[in-house]
Design a protein around this ligand. Structure first.
Ligand SMILES: [Mg+2]
Length: 125
C-alpha cells in the first residue's frame, strides 16, 4: 500500500477524519481529501491516481455522478474506484457496479476490512 496515490472523497468532516485515520493506519499516506465530486474532479486535474475512494451521498456532485464523470474521461476510465455506501443501498450498489466501480464497502468498517478491500482492488487491476 506504500506509495499509492489516493483521492478520498467524503462530505462529512467526522467521517473524513475517521477514514483518513484508517487509511494512514494501513499504510496509505499519500491521500488528497475532497468534499464532494466537483471538488474531487478539480483536485484530480490531469494527474494520475492509483485509486479513488468515494462516498455515495454528497452535495454538489454525489458519488454516482462522480463515477459517471470519471468513466467518461479517457485518463480516468480505468482508475480503480472504491465506493463507500451505507446499509440498505443494495440497488444503488448494483447501479454503481454497472457504472464501473471496482468495489464497495459498507459503513461502518474497520481499518482491517478497508485494507482487505483496497488490496483486492489493487490485485485485480
Ligand atoms: Mg456523505
Amino acid at each position: 500500500m506504500e506509495g499509492k496515490k489516493v483521492i478520498f472523497v467524503e462530505d462529512s468532516p467526522t467521517m473524513r477524519r475517521i477514514i483518513m485515520n484508517s487509511l494512514n493506519k494501513i499504510g496509505i499516506n499519500d491521500v488528497t481529501e475532497a468534499e464532494n465530486g466537483l471538488d474531487a474532479l478539480d483536485k484530480m486535474g490531469d494527474a494520475s491516481w492509483d485509486m479513488v475512494i468515494t462516498d455515495w451521498n454528497m452535495p454538489e456532485m454525489n458519488g454516482e455522478e462522480l463515477v459517471k464523470e470519471l468513466r467518461s474521461k479517457s485518463n480516468f476510465s480505468k482508475t480503480p474506484i472504491l465506493m463507500i455506501t451505507t446499509r440498505g443501498m443494495q440497488d444503488d450498489v448494483m447501479t454503481a457496479i454497472k457504472m464501473g466501480v471496482n468495489g464497495y464497502i459498507v459503513k461502518p468498517f474497520t481499518p482491517e476490512v478497508l485494507k482487505k478491500k483496497i488490496a483486492e482492488i489493487f490485485s485485480a487491476s
